[in-house]
Structures are given as C-alpha cells and as structure tokens.
Design a protein around this ligand. Structure first.
Ligand code: NAD
Length: 439
C-alpha cells in the first residue's frame, strides 16, 4: 500500500517505519528541516529501542522516504496519516493548530484531484476534530475522500513492539471503503488474534482520551494511597501486590512514584477535562487527578527539604534519571524538571546522569545543572542521591562505590527501585514512596 505519514515525531516515525517494515511504501513528511536532514542521512532522530534497525532496513530498501513536500506525499498515497502534535493550549484544551493547518493544505491539494484519499487522524484530538477536518476538506472542494480516526496507543520506550504487536487497533470511520482499507493495512499487525475494533468516529476519538485518563487515574490512586501508607505505617509495595493479584484489578500500572509525566498523560487529562466542560458534563474526578499529580512532585521535594531542616543552600545533589520514564529520551513534562527547578531555586546544586535524556534535558534546564558522564560520575561530594527514573542500570549498582562517593549515605528514591532490607543492611538513609524511612 502507498502511504503518507505527516509528522515524524515519536508516533509518526515509528508508524511510518513499521508500516514500511510490513512491505508498504511510505513517504514521511515533516516541516522541520533539521530533522529531515538527519533522517535523509540515515540518522534516527529519537531514542526508541528497536527503531534504528527497522529504519535502516526500510530506508536502505527505499520503502521509507522523507520529504518536506506535502503535495508529493498526498499525490503518492492512498492513505494519509496525521501524526501531528496536539500540545496543551493555555486553557488546557488540545491545541489543534498543526492538525487544522495540514487539513487546510491537504484540502488545497485535493481540490485539484479526483483520486480517492483516506485521511487518517492518529493524533490525540478532542471529540469532533475529525468532523472539523472533514468540513475543511469539503469547503476547499475536495471530492473523493474519507476522514477516519485511528488513535495511537503506543508507549514511548516500547513504541516499536507496541506498534508491531498492538493490543488492539481502534478504527473510527464512516464508510465501508475506509474500514476496508484500514483493516487490510492493519491485519498483518494483529495476526496473533488481537482485535481490530471498528466504531463510529466520535467514539474512537473519546477512546484514546478515556484510556490515557484512566491510566493516569490509576497511577494517581496509587500515589495518593502511597502517601496514606507512609502515614499509616503500611508498605505500599506489599499493598500493591496484594490488590493487584485480584484479576479484576491486574498487576500492571500500579506503581507509585513522583507523579505521571510525559508528552501525553498530563495534556490528555487536561484536554478531556476541558472538553467535558465544553459539553457541560464535567469529569470532576479528572480535575482531582491533575491536582494530586502536581502535588506529588512537591511532596517529594518537601521530603528532601525537610530532611535538611528546610535549608538546601549549597547542598549538592546527584540525580539518576531525568526522562519521565525509562527507555526514552523524552523530557516533556518529566517530573524531574519541577523538582530540580525547586532545588535550584532553594540554592542547591545538581549533577545529573540519564542514559538517554541528557541532550533533551538541556532544553528544559539549560546549563543550570551539570551533567555526568556516567551514573557514578554524578556522585562525588553529593549530599544525597535522588532517583527520578527507574532505568534498569540503576537497579543493581555497586553500593559500596555509591556509599564511598557520596558525602553521606543518603538516597531519595522517587521510584521505589531498592529493597528496604537491603538499604538497611547497607547502611543507607533511604526515603522512598509509600514505605517507611530507613535510617
Ligand atoms: P512529536 O512532537 O514527537 O512529533 C510531531 C512531529 O510533527 C514533529 O516532528 C514536528 O516537526 C512535526 N510537525 C509539526 N507541524 C508540522 C507541519 N505543519 N507539517 C509537517 N510536520 C509537522 O509528537 P508525537 O509525540 O509523535 O505525538 C503526535 C500525536 O500523537 C499527538 O497528538 C500525541 O498526543 C499523540 N500520541 C503520542 C504518543 C507518544 O507516546 N508520544 C502516543 C500516542 C499518541
């Protein structure tokens, strides 16, 4: 199948590459010249396990191409996937500027053509957006087209695996032609028997927000429960195992921490709240979820501050992990950012190590912090080690070395990476989430 993918970020580059891997011919479009230069020079622009191999193979075999020429891509493709950013606007709603701009441009291209095109929206957009795109195309004079909704559920860090073997594919469309085309495109991805779920467009649009908001709520529930466990003298990790073994609840996505972040959950929760207000049907639970999530970062900062009796001036902190979760270089809305900013505002100094996110971190933290060459290089003379991201390489460090390099054997762990008994035996003062303090 001939495909166009507009926007080559986390979703677009992974989608385009994986579609090509299944034998489709794909042109990816982006308006970022620097990104295109790299992609056309055989260089992958994001960190995503497994992507490089697939990209190289398909790029070399010319099934995967990159351009800034939207017309070339639209003329070439039967299906055109919109993988454009929908960032949070000032009032919390999803900013649809990029999607509507491209809809406008596609409309101008399609009015000169009589070939059927299927426009497929993969960006996370509020209910009714696909209808707006359709309206723009119709107004521009496009004749033979459908617009469908095909929300993307990939997780950063597992994006290639998720795309190649999705739990489900959701397709919202209005015509059998659109359903048929997308069904045949996606069937090779669900050979193991996972479902392709077909529905109306509005339901597909809501499904994506419902999934992300539910996951954000689940994490937030655990974070608030962890705070309660700290006060009540319970261990949230044991509670998690006890409750998660119930098949109605399930074991996944129950890990407490310093709050959810990333490019999706915070903005999607806020966008759904805003949409619910627009429809005069407020999702009040989500308003609380957003509030509790922000407070969770502050609580972690306060743990550090209280340990030092309110005085952080001149204190030095080693940081392990900056990205909002492991296996990604994505720093968007990472909880590490507000906590580090609060530390700096209170006169502390920070030296950080992250296996993948240090380049992107510079955009958010400028050169206000130092960066270490490796995890141990962050430690010398630090008053404490702070863990923001549970990268696997932090799970089993040489604790003797950690202890000898730190000024004090003191760890604030925002991800419950270590065992309490081990920390006690090793002689660390150890703060974690929802568990007793080891002193
Ligand atoms: P991103 O910011 O990583 O990538 C967007 C790309 O679009 C960038 O390369 C940008 O240069 C390009 N772009 C912007 N305007 C353009 C234009 N006018 N013409 C051509 N290219 C343009 O975003 P992302 O993380 O891939 O997210 C895209 C959408 O998918 C969002 O709606 C997001 O909510 C949703 N989503 C993201 C994820 C995720 O894990 N990142 C998962 C599922 C869904």
């Amino acid at each position: 199948m001939k495909l166009a993918v507009i926007g080559t970020g986390y979703v677009g580059l992974v989608s385009g590459t994986c579609f090509a891997e299944m034998g489709n011919n794909v042109i990816c479009v982006d308006n970022n010249r620097e990104k295109l230069k790299k992609l056309n020079n055989g260089q992958v622009t994001i960190y995503e396990p497994g992507l490089e191999l697939l990209y190289q193979r398909n790029f070399n075999q010319k099934r995967l191409r990159f351009t800034d020429n939207l017309k070339e891509a639209v003329d070439f493709a039967e299906a055109i996937f919109l993988c454009l950013p929908t960032p949070q606007g000032e009032d919390g709603s999803a900013d649809l500027t990029h999607v509507m701009e491209i809809a406008d441009q596609i409309g101008n291209i399609l009015k000169q053509s009589s070939d059927y095109k299927l426009i497929v929206n993969k960006s996370t957009v509020p209910v009714g957006t696909v209808a707006k795109v359709k309206e723009v195309l119709t107004q521009k004079g496009a004749k033979s087209f459908d617009v469908a909704s095909n929300p993307e559920f990939l997780r950063e860090g597992f994006a290639v695996d998720d795309f190649m073997k999705p739990d489900r594919i959701v397709i919202g469309a209005e015509s059998e032609k659109a359903f048929k085309l997308l069904r045949s495109l996606y069937e090779p991805f669900v050979r193991q028997g996972n479902p392709i779920i077909e529905m109306d467009i509005r339901s597909a649009e809501v499904t994506k927000y419902a999934a992300n908001s539910y996951l954000a709520t689940r994490i937030t529930f655990m974070n608030e429960l962890a705070n309660f466990c700290e006060k009540a003298g319970a261990n949230v990790d044991l509670v998690r195992k006890g409750m998660g073994s119930d098949t109605r609840i399930g074991k996944r996505f129950l890990f407490p921490g310093i709050g959810y972040g990333g490019s999706c959950f915070p903005k999607d929760v806020n966008a759904l709240i805003k949409t619910s207000l627009d429809f005069n049907s407020e999702l009040t639970l989500l308003t609380l979820v957003d509030k509790i999530n922000k407070e969770q970062r502050l609580r972690f900062f306060n743990k550090i501050k209280n340990h030092f009796e309110g005085n952080l001036k001149g204190k030095r902190f080693a940081v392990w992990g900056l990205a909002f979760k492991p296996n990604t270089d994505d720093m968007r809305e990472a909880p590490s950012i507000p906590v580090i900013k609060m530390l700096l505002e209170n006169g502390a100094k920070v030296k950080a190590f992250d296996p993948a996110a240090m380049t992107n971190s510079k955009f958010y933290l400028n050169d206000k912090i130092e960066y270490a060459d490796n995890m141990y290089d962050a430690l010398p003379d630090a008053d404490a080690l702070l863990i923001f991201t549970e990268w696997n390489e932090f799970r089993n460090p040489d604790f003797t070395k950690v202890k000898s390099l730190l000024k004090e054997p003191l760890i604030f762990d925002g991800r419950n990476v270590y065992d309490l008994d081990d920390m006690e035996e090793l002689g660390f003062t150890y703060y974690s989430i929802g568990r007793k303090i080891i002193k």
